[in-house]
Design a binder for this molecule. Structure first.
Ligand code: AMP
Length: 117
């Protein structure tokens, strides 16, 4: 496990202690708009269980991870971006992770380039 604190801003959003523009929620996950969007559509999809980094997930998290991935397309359709979007997971400070609660960035609405910076 990471030694990073697990009570992050995202836990506060889940507990409704911080406001967020929530676009999807179920018993496993919640998806809300990024507060500093890098594209016209920039969503964060997070599990309600706090896994600090993707690399902290274990085999017991397989169902949860599958649930998140399966909801990406559902949310993309709801948002009307299912034709073209990018999913990014930053893992660790060296990869620009700043909030240590696993999250999938869902980004769309502008031209993308590859490789990412
Ligand atoms: P990362 O750098 O991959 O850890 O991404 C963290 C993301 O969380 C950034 O894109 C931030 O803009 C976003 N963020 C931080 N605080 C909030 C918040 N209170 N509500 C929505 N998004 C947030």
């Amino acid at each position: 496990m990471s030694d990073k604190p697990s009570d992050t801003v995202f836990s506060k959003i889940i507990r409704r202690e911080l406001p967020a523009d929530i676009v999807y929620e179920d018993e496993i996950c919640i998806c809300f708009k990024d507060i500093m969007p890098v594209a016209p559509v920039h969503l964060l999809l997070i599990p309600k269980k706090c896994i600090p980094r993707l690399s902290d997930a274990t085999a017991s998290d397989s169902e949860l991870l599958g649930h998140l991935m399966s909801k990406v397309g559902v949310i993309a359709k709801l948002q009307g971006i299912d034709d073209a979007f990018r999913v990014v997971v930053n893992n660790g400070a060296g990869a620009c992770q700043t909030v240590f609660h696993l999250h999938l960035h869902i980004i769309a609405g502008r031209a993308m380039s590859w490789p990412p910076g």
